[in-house]
Design a protein around this ligand. Sequence first.
Ligand SMILES: [Zn+2]
Length: 290
Amino acid sequence: MSDSYSLEFLPEIEPRDHAWDAASGNPRGRCFAFAGSDMLILRTPDDTPKVPSWEDLRAWDITAIRYQYLGTLGGEPCWSAELAPDVLVPGTAMLSGLRPLYDVLPETQYAIAGRAAQIVAWDRDHQHCGRCGDPTERVAGERGRRCTRCELTAYPRVSPAVIVLIERDDRILLARGRAYVPRRFGIIAGFVEAGESLEDAVRREVREEVGIELGHIDYFGSQPWPFPHGIMIGFRAGHLRGEITLGDGELAEAGWYGAADLPEIPAKLSIARQLIDDWANRRGFVIDQP
Ligand SMILES: [Zn+2]
């Protein structure tokens, strides 16, 4: 969804020469380092969090268990790294989950952090073959790990989920999940099942959760969702027929809402919110919620 992402960050698999420190042979550049699901952040004197460099890590005496090359950001090498879960963090640094860093890190760096978190977790979890249990090794030129015995290759998993804003006249369907933040409403979403097209998944989820048949389905955009390895694919759809009937028990309530009676909706981080804001935009108003 973000143009700056593709303009500034160039993903690459194999580190070029400038990604290494010629004298020491160590990696150089920016290091998106994770202890568990928390990212290592440099605290600056003016309290603006920054992604540390390898030099910062070395100054802090922090070593990586494994690290992976990601590409360049404005020409600077970027790496992801896995730290010990109990890493000792000095006062000039901190560990933070990814969600609180949204709107704190620049957008491009936040996107790289999401990518880094997934690659670190994938590399950690695929050191051994899922089929025969023997060790795996990195495949040159690919983001893959191959079994040294049976050659089964594992790639980072991406789990697609569809999310859909349903419009009916001047209202939209909002729903509150049982497992959701109390009082906050969202829109219908669900994982794509094996063998389904994205449109099939949209129609099935909506039918299962609220018993409605859709007319047109239009692609809106997509958003990586690194919690832990999703991608949300957003659609706008029109109500065709049927009244809301709660189906499979995932939802506590659902209803049609207009500009004047919107409940609490998802925060700006999410594609759900982008879909709702886009709808408001097209109807000529702005939603006054964080
Ligand atoms: Zn194997």
